[in-house]
Design a protein around this ligand. Structure first.
Ligand code: GTP
Ligand code: MG
Length: 585
């Protein structure tokens, strides 16, 4: 641990040196910005997975039970601290590579992936090995005036001896690090025997892999090394879909700069009565402090962050952030600070996802369906966000009979003293111990739930009612908005405030169409291995729902009223009406 502490100090002091040296010199950022052109290309990243023989994994722990998100964070952060990211050459000889690295200590796990080149993530058994490795690294062009003496854990491997063609990285088994294209997915799903299997297959294809998840924590850890130059005890934590269990490969990396351990929020006051003379120069609001912190860190990332390109400081947003691309990982990153409610939402979504496997699979399926039809988008706008959509799925699952997941109020009632959390006056308390949560025995299949989800929202009274996962009940809308979903923690807010009427109409029309499609025997049963025009299996079941829609062209409520409803939609509405009447009788 001594090595580790001195290593941190060295990093912080060398960083301070580099700040001085860079003053008045050509900015390193210029050089980094040259690579900015890569930013908006889609990244065909492939992971080449190879596990060190001495894998001392935590997988056995995972089998033993569900971990809280906090435990997961601690474990993953600790793994990341012991890891380095190495840019390799495709001709790198694996054996020599490992031999060289093991001189510095035992390796727990390593894997390769591709993102504008081949990279390796190497996790040592001890953090001392990282320090030992960094002691020996060469600083390229040390005499060059723009060299920055900051020893980050992003390294570049050169000249490890001759190439052994039988053992090149390119020969290794590759796993995709981004999701398969939708057409591929449709083909894959069409080969499955049942809709339940299709849903499982989609979840399997889309979810983050173990390697991708490790890489996300490693990127946070690399950025933390930069931020600790200013705030030595800070951490950078991933939140949102990178860790809530609903992230798909290729999703953005939302990060929180956590200064709580040093800001005194969660720290007991020392008995001595001494307090620090300097914390933060007075700012007139907490928001101004956050903006100032992010401005400084954003500049550091821009100037000195290895592999960080296209840095934008978006400080006037409701939630100020620094956005950039981390080129070696291929992640689009959003760094925020003082965003503790979002971390709580992440914890809540994670908890719900862990309670029952049907939660995750339904969320993945609905998110994929929504993206396929343009209901959600990566561009901000009047679309439904993935977060809102996830809350809609949770609400639907609370409304099943019996409910599949409990209400947030119930989770709050089960909370212990350690779970208490009040953020800016909002009660964010809920239980974290899975063992305290008793689920009711609902036996509905994934297929049934998917069909019921579409029916539920095809007929939901959006014009009058708001969705409330705290109570697990719809309530009268407190304000005029086409779609009203109560923010689970900041209860006076609507998480879907951005959604306009035409986007909601499209969502409802697509739900109607999908509900109807799932009721038709010709689309809801396998096609007995039939093949279409180009030898592809004929789409059926869930695959049909991902095909371009016939109702997707609906632009606005007014326009739709003027247009005669297609026979298909008429049939659809009729069948829904009949089904609802049967249910009531
Ligand atoms: P994708 O990035 O689309 O895969 O999903 P995501 O869940 O990560 O969404 P996003 O990146 O937009 O937001 C990150 C996290 O911020 C979410 O998971 C939530 O925890 C939180 N968040 C986003 N939007 C809202 C909102 O409107 N209200 C609240 N309370 N939290 C939000
Ligand atoms: Mg996100």
């Amino acid at each position: 641990m001594r090595i580790c502490a001195s290593f941190r100090k060295t990093m912080a002091s060398s960083f301070a040196v580099c700040r001085l040296q860079m003053r008045g010199r050509a900015s390193l950022a210029k050089c980094l910005q040259k690579t900015d052109a890569f930013l908006h290309r889609s990244i065909g990243t492939d992971v080449v997975v190879a596990q060190a023989e001495a894998t001392r994994s935590d997988e056995s722990d995972e089998k033993n039970g569900r971990k809280s998100l906090h435990t997961l964070h601690v474990e993953r952060q600790e793994q990341a601290e012991r890891s380095v990211l190495i840019s390799c050459q495709t001709s790198t000889n694996e054996k020599k590579f490992l031999k060289y690295l093991t001189k510095h200590g035992e390796i727990n796990k390593y894997f390769f992936y591709e993102s504008y080149g081949v990279y390796a993530v190497v996790e040592f058994a001890n953090q001392e090995s990282v320090a030992s490795l960094l002691e020996g690294v060469a600083i390229p062009g040390g005499s060059h005036e723009s060299a920055v003496p900051f020893k980050s854990r992003l390294l570049s491997l050169r000249n490890l001896g001759s190439v052994d063609s039988s053992n090149q990285l390119s020969g290794w088994q590759c796993q995709p690090q981004t999701t398969i294209p939708i057409n591929e997915l449709i083909k894959r799903l069409s080969r499955e025997e049942s809709i339940n299997k299709q849903i499982s297959s989609l979840t399997e294809a889309y979810q983050l892999t173990e390697e991708n998840s490790r890489l996300r924590f490693l990127v946070c850890s690399l950025l933390k090394d930069i931020a600790t130059a200013y705030f030595p005890e800070c951490t950078i934590k991933p939140f949102g879909s990178s860790v809530n269990g609903f992230g798909k490969l290729g999703c953005d990396l939302d990060m929180l700069l956590d200064l709580d351990s040093i800001s005194g929020r969660n720290v007991k006051l020392p008995k001595s009565g001494l307090s620090l003379e300097y914390q933060m120069k007075r700012a007139n609001s907490e928001r101004a402090v956050t903006q100032s912190i992010l401005s400084v860190i954003g500049k550091c990332i821009d100037q000195f962050g290895p592999g960080c390109v296209g840095v934008q400081k978006i400080l006037n947003a409701r939630c100020p952030l620094v956005r950039f691309a981390h080129q070696p990982s291929g992640f689009q990153c959003d760094l925020t600070a003082n965003n503790r409610v979002a971390m709580k939402s992440t914890e809540l979504l994670y908890l719900y996802g862990e309670l029952d496997p049907r939660v995750r699979s339904l969320v993945f399926t609905v998110r994929c369906w929504a993206r396929a039809h343009g209901v959600t988008s990566s561009i901000p706008g009047a679309w439904i966000t993935n977060f809102s959509l996830t809350v809609m799925v949770l609400f639907f699952l609370q409304k099943r009979s019996p409910p599949i997941i409990p209400t947030l109020d119930h989770l709050r009632d089960l909370a212990g003293p350690a779970d208490k959390s009040v953020i800016e006056g909002n009660d964010c308390t809920f239980v974290s111990d899975f063992n305290k949560i008793q689920l009711q025995s609902n036996t509905e299949t994934q297929e049934q739930l998917l069909g019921e989800f579409f029916e539920f929202y095809a007929t939901f009274p959006f014009s009058r009612m708001s969705l409330n996962i705290r109570k697990g009940k719809e309530q009268n809308k407190p304000e005029v908005a086409p779609l009203h979903i109560q923010n689970p923690f900041e209860t006076s807010l609507n998480v879907s405030k951005n959604v306009n009427a035409s986007q909601l109409d499209r969502f409802v029309a697509l739900c109607q169409e999908s509900a109807w499609l799932l009721q038709q025997s010709e689309t809801s049963t396998p096609r007995g291995g039939g093949v279409g025009d180009e030898g592809a299996p004929t789409p059926w079941g869930l695959a049909t729902l991902l095909l371009p829609s016939q109702v997707a062209g609906i632009k606005s409520r007014k326009k739709r009223r003027r247009e005669p409803a297609s026979e298909r939609i008429k049939g659809l509405l009729e069948s829904l009406k009949n089904k609802n009447q049967l249910k009531k009788s």
